[in-house]
Design a protein around this ligand. Structure first.
Ligand SMILES: Cc1cc2nc3c(=O)[nH]c(=O)nc-3n(C[C@H](O)[C@H](O)[C@H](O)COP(=O)(O)OP(=O)(O)OC[C@H]3O[C@@H](n4cnc5c(N)ncnc54)[C@H](O)[C@@H]3O)c2cc1C
Length: 394
């Protein structure tokens, strides 16, 4: 019998499989997709995620793919520009924005190298249960054939519309309405590092990724139908209205690939685990992508779950279940502050004069600017910013 079946082989699934395989467990990863392939997502990995890749020995491999380091951030709101770089995590000060058709196979490859079996083109359609109702495996189809596999733990890393969460009956424990819709395009010959532009009802970003610059626009959810009807037009007009300098740079540049976007960015926590099953990544917790935390948070959950269940997979199921329950508590505690911060940004509200005064003060000082960008990366809080230095500048 396998120790673990992971459903989903992208950032959450492969990262979890990697941790558990390296801990010596027998791991099978199933994904209905085939790799390399893209998924609907942009690419920014904040410093906590970069530090995780470094811990796992994968950052050099990522750098070797030609993914440019993002060493400076420019953030503009109400005519105020803050520019600098966060203090970072474990010595990692740069962020990276790899294309998902490069990042996801890199992680899956590392999991395979650690001993996990990765089966692509393999769709999970059911959970197997024992007579007590405990989840003991999965069933599905692979290459036109039905299959069944048994394991002590089934991990759903199968995204926002998670089949595993649905079949396990994982209820939402926290839920908020959708806030934004997002569209993104790729451009050649547009030099950029990481640029963020904020205005009431609007948000624009430009990010250097593999061989192109990604341009990303956010609109209120209430405008989704209108924007969707002519997305190319609204995408570019949003850039023009919010980031005129970036718009100018796009004029002589070449757009490559088609525009992509979504109005379905749900905000929730689902119950993280139950007897014989657990959820990681978007399957268990999802939020608006405006703060770009999903990939880093998937890595955090992968390490957290592996730490809790590692070494407890072949003993008393009651001990495993205790570990799973603790994973759920720790996940919620770790991710709730970032969730709340994301909801605040996703409301696309007009900036409060006090916040603008704060930004005017911090842009005068590189240390305060660094703390501010740590907040953007999710590694500092507003409390860290309120130093005597800031109070003197306010
Ligand atoms: C527009 C947009 C922009 C974003 N930008 C960023 C960003 O810049 N930075 C960031 O950190 N996050 C970003 N995110 C969020 C990020 O994309 C997600 O948090 C991340 O992809 C979650 O990874 P995951 O592995 O949990 O799920 P997914 O990436 O959704 O992978 C799930 C996998 O499960 C497989 N699967 C599903 N059902 C089954 C089944 N029944 N059987 C077998 N396999 C199955 C799928 O094929 C898929 O490969 C963005 C999201 C969106 C929508």
């Amino acid at each position: 019998m396998l120790d673990v079946i992971v459903v989903g082989a992208r950032v959450a699934g492969s990262a979890t499989a990697l941790q558990l395989a390296r801990a010596g467990h027998r791991v099978l990863v199933l994904d209905r997709a085939t790799f390399p392939s893209d998924t609907l997502s942009t690419h920014l990995i904040h410093q906590p995620g970069v530090a995780a890749l470094a811990r796992w020995g994968l950052l050099d491999e990522l750098k070797a793919t030609g993914c440019p380091p993002l060493e400076r951030v420019g953030y503009e709101v109400a005519g105020i520009r803050v520019e600098g770089c966060g203090r970072g995590v474990d010595g990692q000060r740069a962020a990276y924005a790899p294309r998902r058709h490069i990042l996801d196979p890199l992680l899956a490859g590392a999991a395979a190298e650690a001993g996990a079996e990765i089966r692509q083109g393999c769709r999970v359609t059911g959970l197997l249960r024992d007579t007590t109702g405990r989840v003991v495996g999965v069933e599905g189809t692979h290459a036109g054939r039905a299959f069944r596999e048994h394991a002590r733990l089934v991990i759903g890393a199968d995204g926002m519309r998670s089949t595993v969460a649905g079949l396990a009956g994982a209820p939402a424990t926290v839920e908020h309405p959708r806030l934004t819709c997002a569209y993104y395009s790729y451009w050649q010959d547009v030099p950029a590092d990481l640029e963020l532009y904020e205005a009431p009802d609007r948000w624009v970003a430009a990010v250097a990724t593999h061989q192109a610059t990604l341009v990303l626009t956010y609109f209120p959810q209430s405008r989704f139908e209108e924007v969707r009807a002519d997305a190319e037009h609204h995408h570019l007009q949003q850039v023009r209205a919010t980031a005129p300098d970036l718009y100018e740079r796009l004029q002589g540049a070449t757009q490559v690939e088609r525009l992509r976007g979504t109005g379905d960015q749900q905000n929730y926590f689902r119950q993280a685990a139950g007897p014989g099953w657990a959820l990681v990544g978007d399957a268990g917790h999802h939020k608006d992508s405006i703060t770009a935390r999903g990939i880093s948070d998937a890595f955090l959950q992968a390490e957290l779950l592996a730490r809790h269940v590692g070494g407890r997979l072949d003993g008393d199921p009651a001990i495993l279940d205790e570990a799973l329950a603790q994973y759920g508590k720790d996940r919620d505690a770790a991710l709730m502050p970032g969730y709340e911060a994301t909801l605040a940004v996703g409301r696309l509200a007009e900036q409060h004069p006090q916040r603008l005064a704060l930004l005017r003060a911090i842009r005068q000082d590189s240390e305060l600017t660094s703390i501010y960008f740590d907040m953007v990366a999710g590694t500092a809080t507003i409390g860290d910013l309120y130093t005597p230095k800031l109070l003197a500048l306010l």
